[in-house]
Write a protein that binds this ligand. Sequence first.
Ligand SMILES: [Fe+2]
Length: 489
Amino acid sequence: MGATAGNPYLEGNFGPVAEELTTGELEVTGRLPEWLDGRYLRIGPNPLGAVNPETYHWFVGHGMAHGVRLRDGRAEWYRNRYVRSDAVAAALGEPARPGGVHAGFDFAANTNIVQHSGRTLALVEGGARPYELNETLDTVARCDFDGTLRGGYTAHPHMDPATGELHSISYFWAWGNRVRYDVIGTDGRVRRSTDITTHGRASIHDFALTENFVVILDLPVAFDTKRVASSVPPAMRPFAKATLAAVSRIALPPRVAAVLGGGADASGDSAGSTMGFPYSWDPSYPARVGLLPREGSNRDVQWYDVSPGYVFHVMNAYEEGDTIVCDVVRHPKMFATERRGPQEGVPTLDRWTIDRAAGKVIEDRLDSSGQEFPRIDERLTGRRHRYGYAVGVDPDSANCVIKHDLVAGDREVKRLGGAADLASEFVFVPSPHSVAEDDGVLMGFVYHADTDRSDLTLLDATSLETMASVHLPARVPQGFHGNWAPASV
Ligand SMILES: [Fe+2]
């Protein structure tokens, strides 16, 4: 795994793997449900080539996609492939993939991988465009949704189960204090796009969708002007400082933005940047959530104060009369002292009840144990959910999946290995014709330290019993998001 001079995000199972593998007919312990016909896809950072351990931030490593094809009760193949951003393609001696770059930003797509309108998309936020992959995870092209996307995209779109449309909030520091709400239709084209004014240049990783509202998280992790200005070459610093200080609320021309950077070096290679990550905790930034009516515009947004903290991920949100219930994993701070990854206290499962009539948010702690990567049965996105699933992140729970029963106020914990083993995000896949909310399968990667390999593990979502483990030929580094991509869509 390589020596790393003390950066935890380059060590152990956070460290990158070097080989791209293609392995057929994988060994399975237990029994794979025969109705599962599709690919389990997962993506994460996997820096190619040397990086500086002092400045390397987990969020900026080159993207690597992993996939397991399941069909007829068999695991047909495992593949892992670098996403061919321009920097990766050049390093591998390959031609650059087609498709326009937004504002010179070609970040490694490393954060989420989704299937929508016939495309498999590797996603990253902060200003870059997605990459389209093929069935076998080879990079096809940068994607601007047939020329309909204005600028970059997000890593966390949410699909409305009623319409199949993909909703998103995208941000880019050079847009000043505005973000963009997009709706992509089932034809794979943007059908609606509107700009929303935020307090400043926030990093907005996720949002929530209800039947009538878009819930926008305007929280105190913002583009760090001083840090970015100090990272540019000395001759440019006076220009950079003056420009960045002047534009905290206005947009920059794309060419200026590209010159000033923002996670990427001059070649657009984020992983090779000497700056690290350009967003940090800003104690002067007010923490608020906004409610945008789905068909509304910026002037219709209602903002509500919340206590300072940071939310990467919303479990789900739904409406109850005049209130919006929003379950989130809340971190007490983010990127205040730790510059290499998300590690600023225990992330807890909290409930925000946004009382529209009273104009305030009631905050409750549902579970004080450390957890992340919350998921639900996504047939209920924007509708009331009873169950939620997360992965433990406390020192003694990093090998655990947690099932929350939010009606009973209870939880079950499933331990998936020994003390040194690590679970990744688990996604819920409903059984065919299932009616009960937890009638389905949970699946995700588990790293086993004793063999230095990973399994794709499937759990019965009702009982949390292990159904099957697909044994992979290598380890899958700790990464970000995974999804089930059914073959029939
Ligand atoms: Fe995320």
